[in-house]
Design a protein around this ligand. Structure first.
Ligand code: GSH
Length: 326
């Protein structure tokens, strides 16, 4: 198996979701730290436009969005599974709520002035200014909750999760739970739902004075400690230049994951298209359509630094458009 190369930065919640999955699976991986704000030239050499964090690279295949990244890691390292059997559908549904509603709630709550002071302690004023300017245009369609909106929504979410974990723990005593007192979001093993619900709450914990809200929800707090204790696997630092060299070498050898365009999905194999996130960070990635079905879309693009890379996105929450003729 080619090395897993994660392009990320330490303070990114969605990156933490992936790092915890790598920890759960006890995997070794290459860690490339990318800039927190634009420009990100080496990342865009791989993705062609997509700027969000994290991105997973496996040789000359580049995977955008943690919804797809988690699937790919699970395919490459199936044990222990994170989409276990009969619970997988429920886990995906819960994960989607956590990655959207819970994530934006946690961000708004944590980055209210008192929390921002803690999260950004020690950050140089110029970096802070650059961050504010970058994020001001990053999610123009997301209407931000005020701190009181966010606090109410977070408490409501935590109450739901507490009640849910109470039911889960009750089922555990009934026999199908974990005998070691481990709590799980869905079923009786870890799943994508655990990692998706954990990362927004991990972000809340970055502002200790605001994270005391978690203390009112003992089962959520216990469950969160258990998930965060899974660690991050075995990261080894790699430079972005080294990562681009890997892509170039693997691409030159023509080693890509096979994909195909299924008929009836509105696009023809080989046609020039753009793929753009529908929600925020809406930078289009152009390329030639190589793969398409209900779960993912794949582009081929030629880049001077990265070579011929295949860039994969989840199908859901992404827009595919025919590229306008030159
Ligand atoms: N749906 C995406 C969301 C990713 C996301 O929102 N990432 C944040 C960081 S946690 C981001 O891209 N922030 C701006 C940036 O890093 O440039 C996923 O699951 O990967």
């Amino acid at each position: 198996m080619n090395d897993l190369i994660l392009h990320h930065y330490p303070s990114s919640p969605f990156s933490e979701k992936v790092r915890l999955i790598l920890g759960y699976k006890q995997l070794a991986w290459r860690s490339v730290h990318i800039p927190v704000v634009m420009p990100k030239p080496d990342l865009l050499a791989l993705t062609g436009g997509y700027r969000r964090t994290p991105v997973l690279q496996v040789g000359a295949d580049v995977y955008c969005d943690t919804a797809l990244i988690a699937r790919v890691i699970d395919r490459l390292a199936p044990e222990p599974p994170i989409y276990p059997g009969a619970s997988a559908g429920t886990a995906d549904l819960l994960a989607m709520w956590a990655d959207t509603t819970l994530f934006w709630t946690a961000v708004a709550y944590t980055l209210q002035p008192a929390g921002a002071a803690e999260v950004f302690r020690g950050t140089a004023p110029e970096a802070l200014k650059a961050f504010a300017a970058d994020r001001a245009t990053f999610a123009p369609n997301v209407r931000r909750p005020t701190p009181v909106d966010a606090a109410a929504a977070l408490r409501q979410s935590l109450a739901w999760l507490e009640q849910h974990l109470q039911a889960q723990a009750g089922r555990g005593r009934g026999g199908d739970g974990d005998p070691d007192g481990r709590l799980h979001m869905v079923g009786s093993q870890r799943s994508i739902a655990d990692f998706a619900v954990a990362h927004p709450l991990w972000f809340v914990r970055r502002a200790p004075s605001l994270a005391t809200v978690l203390d009112d929800y003992p089962l959520v707090s216990r469950w969160l400690r258990q998930v965060l204790d899974l660690g991050q696997g075995r990261p080894m630092r790699m430079s972005s230049a080294e990562a681009l060299a890997v892509a170039h070498e693997v691409a030159a050898a023509g080693r890509h994951v096979p994909v195909s365009v299924q008929a009836g999905h509105g696009f023809e194999p080989g046609e020039p298209v753009t793929v753009t996130p529908l929600d925020y960070g809406c930078d289009p990635s152009p390329g030639r359509l190589l793969g398409l079905d209900d779960t993912s879309v794949t582009l081929e693009r030629l880049d001077e630094a990265a070579g011929c890379v295949h860039v994969h996105f989840p199908r859901m929450h992404y827009q595919i458009r025919k590229a306008s003729s030159p």
